[in-house]
Write a protein that binds this ligand. Structure first.
Ligand code: ATP
Ligand code: MG
Ligand code: MG
Length: 354
């Protein structure tokens, strides 16, 4: 079949390639810093594993191809200001925000948004990088944030959830059950799905993401991160790609988010996936590979083969079972196979969430 080029060759690209294999889809992630660009044919397809990229030989070649799926969407969502404007224009709930224009002071932002204000760089932030909580003693916005950030009201959320959905060219949308997520210092540590107690929010979430997908005429997988405040969802941010909080679907759904994305862009069927049991996903963050993970029969280990750096996502472990006791005992065993300072919290949280 014709190649599907992926802008970016990180773990998401690798997992897309992996998911394409059973369908004989020729998925080819490309490192954006390669010194030569691949020769694309006119009817090839192009997708991306990231929402933003610098100008390089590779990105110029891939992002300007006529079949770059969702091309107009990336710029719009990669800039938090235009992303927030889109959410507002559809009347969807999101944390109250202001553009941080050059002239605006920290005091004005507090007057408009409340005592606790979070600055987020308009572009380039991930894993909580590119964020700054304005301090009580700040009268002005720090110089390197002026004109480059949005300011958000602090949301005293009950918890964080996300919805991963897929839309095809005909406009058909399919969604996974809501996923409960634990972020520590802005980084996703653990996800749990499905949860009976989140079912009451499912329609609300699907309506929200469905509106966005339709408005953008989007094709493929998108993720919507939300805060739950009581029985209301508030959109935190959108990701126009496969998403870390959907990694559990590799083990836990009959069709993974990676396969859905490929099916949608390649015009293949996207029936509703079956959920295969209770799922927990634990991210491996800044921790060395431990071969003992492979001794756990219920744990599926994904190791990205990247250099281990503090705070860096280097892998994840998916667990799925119809037997809740089996998930619990696997989590208990995993506790001793992960550094306590990082994982005690995430594992305790997961056990409590079940
Ligand atoms: P990602 O890696 O998911 O792309 P990111 O760096 O783009 O993350 P956000 O998702 O915007 O950043 O924020 C990271 C985390 O910071 C959120 O998951 C949440 O825990 C916290 N956070 C973000 N915005 C707010 C807010 N307005 N009020 C309270 N907490 C917030
Ligand atoms: Mg983000
Ligand atoms: Mg986020």
């Amino acid at each position: 079949s014709k190649p599907i080029w992926v802008l970016g060759a990180g773990q998401l690209g690798a997992m897309l390639k992996h998911a394409g294999m059973p369908l004989a889809l020729d998925v080819r992630p490309v490192d954006i810093n390669e010194s030569s660009a691949p020769a694309l044919q006119a009817d090839d397809l192009v997708t991306a594993e990231r929402e933003q990229w610098p100008d390089t030989l590779v990105t110029n070649t891939l992002a300007h191809h006529a079949h770059f799926v969702n091309k107009p969407v990336f710029g719009r969502l990669a800039d938090r200001k235009t992303q927030k404007e889109l959410i507002d224009s559809l009347g969807l709930s999101t944390a109250p925000w202001r553009n941080v224009a050059n002239e605006i002071s920290a005091n004005e932002l507090r007057d408009q948004l409340g005592e606790r204000v979070l600055l987020k760089r308009r572009t380039g932030g991930y894993d909580g990088k590119g964020q700054y909580w304005i301090r009580a003693q700040d009268d002005e916005v720090p110089a390197d944030w002026q004109g480059q950030a949005i300011a958000e009201q602090a949301i005293p959320f009950d918890e964080e959830v996300s919805l991963v959905g897929v839309r095809n060219r005909a406009g058909q949308c399919v969604f996974y059950p809501l996923t409960l997520n634990l972020h520590l210092n802005g980084i996703l540590y653990a996800s749990v799905a499905p949860l009976t107690r989140l079912q009451a929010l499912q329609t609300q979430a699907e309506d929200m993401l469905g509106k966005l997908l339709n408005e953008l005429d989007y094709v493929g997988v998108m993720a919507m991160e939300c805060f739950r405040v009581g029985d209301q969802l508030m959109i935190n941010e959108l990701a126009p790609r496969v998403h870390n909080s959907g990694h559990w679907t590799q083990a836990g759904a009959s069709i993974s988010q990676f396969e859905y994305h490929l099916r949608a862009i390649a015009d293949m069927a996207i029936p509703k996936a079956q959920i295969l049991g209770q799922n927990v996903m634990i991210n491996l963050i800044g921790t060395e590979y431990n071969p003992n993970w492979l001794n756990l029969p219920v744990a599926q280990t994904y190791w990205y083969g990247k250099a281990v750096l503090p705070g860096r996502k280097v892998g994840h472990i998916n667990m799925v079972s119809k037997d809740l006791g089996e998930i619990r005992s696997t989590l208990q065993q995993l506790k001793y196979l992960l550094p306590e300072q990082y994982y005690k919290e995430a594992i305790e949280w997961s056990l409590k969430a079940l």
